[in-house]
Ligand binder design. Structure first.
Ligand SMILES: [Zn+2]
Length: 458
C-alpha cells in the first residue's frame, strides 16, 4: 500500500513539476545486467524533430539497432534523420556499450567510456540520441529501468527515482558523464546544499574520502557563506597507482555543473586533504560557464580562491596563502610568450595572470566601496545563475560592473588583460603589506592596505 501511495505521490510531483505548456519527450531506458547494452524507447508526436543527434561521433557505431513505428529513419554518422508518415513516430534504439578498463590507460581514455571494476562511466555525448535543439518548454525526461542493485549518477535535475529532466538550456554537445553500477549514491550536506557523490568500484567503503570532499566543499562555501551550486554531481573515480593523490579533476557543465575526480585510491588520506585540487575545482563553481578562449578568467578565479578560501577555513596560514599566490605570480610572469594575457596560451601565464587580475579587482572593490569580489560573484549567481552561458569574459565583467555599480572590472580588463602580458600586481601586493625578500613572503600590518588584506582572508 505504501508503495502505491509513494508511486501516486511520485506521479503527482512529476505532473506538478511540468509546466502546462511543456512538451516532454519521454525516454524509457533499460540496461542489461552486465551494463553492456541499453534499449531506449521514445515516441515523438506533435512537433516531431527533424533528426536526433549525439554530442560525440563515437556513438554512431554503437547504435546496433533502430526500430521505428510511424515513419522511417535514415542514419548518417551521429545523426538519425526522422521521416514521419503519421502524427506520431516511435523509436527503439539498441546501443552497445564499448568501454575501456580504467587500468588500461585512463589518461588517454578519460574522455571515453570506462569501466571502474564493474561500474561504468559513460560520457553523455557518446550515448544520448536527442533532438539537436529543444525549444523553450520542450524537455527530455529520461527514466531508467536498471537491473537489481544497480544505481545511476547523472548531472540533470532528478524528478523521481532514476528519472531525470533535460531542458532547452542544455545543448547536446556540452560534456557530462553518467555513472552506472553497484555503488551506493551518497548525499553529502554542505550547509544548505547537497553534493550527490558516487564513489566507484567499492570506494564508498573508504569513508575518509568523504571527509576530504566535505572539507574542500566547506572551504569553498566559506568564500561567500554558501556552497555555490545546488545538487552537484560528484564522481570519484579510482584509477590505481599514480604519481599523486588527485592526478586529474575537472568540471563538466552538461546538466547541473558537476565535479569529477580521478584519484589514486591507494594514497593515505592526508595526501588528499593537503592537496589543492579539490578546492580549486569546487572554486570553479563560484563562476558560470565561461568561454574556453577566456580561460584566463575562470582559471584566475579558481587559482585565487583555492588559496584565499583555505586561509578562511584554517587550512593555510595567511603567510602561506600569500606565499603561494606570490610564487604563482612569479611562475606566471616568467613563463610569458609574446601574447597579451587575453590571448595567451601559456598555462602558467593565464592561470596566474588571471589570478593577479582577480586579486586586483577584489582589492579595488574593497577600496572603492567596501564590497568584496565574493559578494559580487554571489549576487551574480542570484541574478544570472539561470543563464547557463557560456559567458564571454567581457559580457560577464560588464555584468559584474553593473552589480557592483562601478567600472572596476572593465577598466582593469582594458588596462591589465588586453594590453599587458601580465597584470601589474606587485605594486598592489606591496600596498597590501605582502613584502618579499629573497623570494620569501612576510606580512606587514603597517602597510596602507593591510586592513583590506586581512579582510580578504578573514
Ligand atoms: Zn581550473
Amino acid at each position: 500500500m505504501q508503495r502505491i501511495i509513494r508511486r501516486v505521490i511520485g506521479v503527482l510531483c512529476l505532473l506538478l513539476a511540468t509546466p502546462l505548456w511543456a512538451q516532454v519527450f519521454d525516454y524509457q531506458v533499460r540496461f542489461n545486467r552486465s551494463l553492456t547494452e541499453s534499449e531506449t524507447r521514445v515516441c515523438f508526436s506533435d512537433s516531431i524533430p527533424r533528426m536526433l543527434i549525439t554530442g560525440d561521433i563515437a556513438a554512431a557505431p554503437l547504435l546496433a539497432e533502430v526500430q521505428v513505428r510511424g515513419g522511417t529513419v535514415r542514419r548518417k554518422a551521429n545523426r538519425l534523420y526522422l521521416f514521419p508518415d503519421s502524427d506520431q513516430l516511435c523509436l527503439t534504439l539498441v546501443q552497445r556499450v564499448k568501454a575501456q578498463s580504467s587500468s588500461y590507460d585512463w589518461r588517454r581514455q578519460r574522455r571515453g567510456s570506462m569501466w571502474f571494476g564493474r561500474d561504468l562511466v559513460l560520457p553523455i555525448g557518446s550515448w544520448l540520441w536527442r533532438p539537436a535543439k529543444l525549444t523553450p518548454g520542450q524537455q527530455i525526461q529520461l527514466s531508467f529501468d536498471l537491473p537489481a542493485g544497480v544505481n545511476i549518477s547523472a548531472p540533470w535535475p532528478v524528478m523521481a527515482a532514476n528519472t531525470f529532466r533535460i531542458d532547452h538550456q542544455m545543448p547536446y554537445n556540452w560534456a557530462g558523464r553518467m555513472a552506472l553500477g553497484r555503488f551506493t549514491p551518497i548525499e553529502l550536506k554542505v550547509g544548505e546544499q547537497t553534493l550527490e557523490v558516487a564513489m566507484l568500484d567499492g570506494l564508498e567503503r573508504r569513508r575518509n574520502l568523504l571527509d576530504w570532499l566535505q572539507q574542500a566543499a566547506t572551504t569553498v562555501a566559506g568564500v561567500s557563506g554558501y556552497f555555490p551550486t545546488a545538487r552537484t554531481q560528484v564522481l570519484v573515480l579510482p584509477v590505481g597507482v599514480d604519481k599523486e593523490a588527485v592526478p586529474w579533476a575537472e568540471i563538466q557543465r552538461q546538466g547541473r555543473p558537476a565535479v569529477h575526480f580521478f584519484i589514486d585510491q591507494h594514497r593515505p588520506i592526508y595526501e588528499f586533504t593537503r592537496d589543492w585540487t579539490a578546492v580549486h575545482e569546487f572554486s570553479h563553481l563560484l563562476h558560470p560557464y565561461i568561454l574556453r578562449q577566456d580561460a584566463w578568467l575562470f582559471e584566475g578565479i579558481a587559482s585565487y580562491y583555492q588559496n584565499i578560501s583555505r586561509v578562511r577555513s584554517g587550512l593555510l596560514t595567511e603567510q602561506q596563502a600569500w606565499q603561494k599566490l606570490y610564487d604563482g605570480f612569479q611562475r606566471g610572469s616568467k613563463k610569458i610568450g609574446g601574447a597579451v594575457l587575453r590571448d595567451s596560451n601559456e598555462i602558467m601565464q593565464f592561470y596566474w595572470g588571471g589570478a593577479a587580475f582577480v586579486l586586483m579587482a577584489d582589492v579595488e572593490l574593497h577600496q572603492r566601496s567596501g564590497q568584496s569580489l565574493a559578494g559580487v560573484l554571489h549576487r551574480f549567481r542570484q541574478c544570472c545563475g539561470e543563464d547557463m552561458g557560456p559567458w564571454s569574459a567581457k559580457v560577464m565583467l560588464r555584468q559584474l560592473d553593473q552589480l557592483s555599480q562601478g567600472t572596476t572590472f572593465i577598466q582593469l580588463y582594458r588596462q591589465q588583460v588586453s594590453r599587458r602580458a601580465f597584470p601589474a600586481v606587485y605594486g598592489v601586493l606591496d600596498q597590501l603589506g605582502v613584502k618579499v625578500r629573497n623570494g620569501r613572503v612576510s606580512l606587514d600590518n603597517a602597510a596602507p592596505l593591510a586592513g583590506i588584506r586581512r579582510e580578504i582572508t578573514r
